[in-house]
Design a protein around this ligand. Structure first.
Ligand code: OOG
Ligand code: MG
Length: 254
């Protein structure tokens, strides 16, 4: 099995590195093995000098589950190579078929592992911010099964974090507006993320520890898309406004 895991990890890592779509996996994988593929493909990125900076949660809202037809929460690793500065730009050619989704990000001031309560999770938070995730499935046509997407690092490919706000900011039910080129494309609420985004951090603490990769001080945790994702095109100016938290934005260059 470990040969198979390494081979799939190499295939998916190459697909991400070269921005080339690949077919869905034909090898039947158990969920644990899909996460092993993810870890092995991330190990290849670390070997190229990238550093893990946190994790992203996926399918934490109904809108995202409905858009992709998957009902299970997933997670993936974030590296410094995926950071897009707020107000900066991405190059379309570095992606297969990127999409963007409105999220909330947490910055941790202390480690957080295992089964924790929501207040304990909040106590580990240094700051919260409006955030945009750029997802880019390496699978053709952005179609995948649960284990396919987990193996592919849960489609993570980039993220933009706006200005950090104090951890005691009430984020239970904040209006979120995703705007592309001045046009409102998605409207949602932070409450769409598991009823309250802090629950996504609670789940992240449990899942990351179970995989032997627990959350650390300094980690960024992306809580998951509050709405469906929007496809990106060259020339797009993407902006997220989150009530009370402010905005995050970037441009898509050719
Ligand atoms: C999988 C990643 C899901 C989210 O925020 O729900 C995700 C995908 O939709 O390609 O990042
Ligand atoms: Mg996401």
């Amino acid at each position: 099995m470990s040969d198979t895991i390494d081979l799939i990890a190499e295939r998916l890592d190459e697909a991400a590195r070269t921005a080339t779509a690949v077919p869905q996996l034909t090898e039947p994988l158990a969920l644990d093995d899909a996460y092993r593929v993810q870890a092995a493909s991330l190990a290849r990125r670390y070997a190229r000098g990238q550093r893990r900076v946190g994790i992203k949660m996926g399918f934490t809202s109904r809108a995202k589950m409905a858009q992709m037809g998957i009902d299970d929460m997933i997670w993936g690793r974030l590296t410094d190579g995926m950071v897009v500065p707020d107000g900066g730009s991405i190059r379309m050619g570095a992606y297969v078929h990127p999409r963007v989704e409105p999220e909330i990000a947490f910055l941790l001031k202390s480690p957080l592992a295992g089964r924790v309560t929501a207040p304990a999770a909040l106590a580990a938070v240094e700051a919260v911010a409006p955030a945009l995730e750029i997802i880019d499935s390496r699978y053709r046509d952005f179609r995948f099964s649960l284990t396919d997407v987990v193996a592919d690092n849960s489609s993570s490919s980039g993220f933009v974090v706006g200005a950090w706000a104090p951890a005691d900011t009430d984020i239970a039910n904040l209006g979120m507006i995703l705007n592309i080129d001045g046009e409102v494309r998605q409207i949602g609420s932070s409450a769409a993320i598991l009823g309250h985004p802090i629950r996504s951090l609670v789940e992240a603490a449990r899942l990351a520890e179970a995989a032997g990769d627990p959350l650390q001080a300094g980690d960024i945790v992306m809580a998951g898309g509050a709405t469906a994702a929007e496809a990106l095109a060259v020339g797009d100016h993407v902006r997220l406004d989150v009530q009370r938290l402010g905005r995050a934005e970037f441009r898509v260059e050719g």
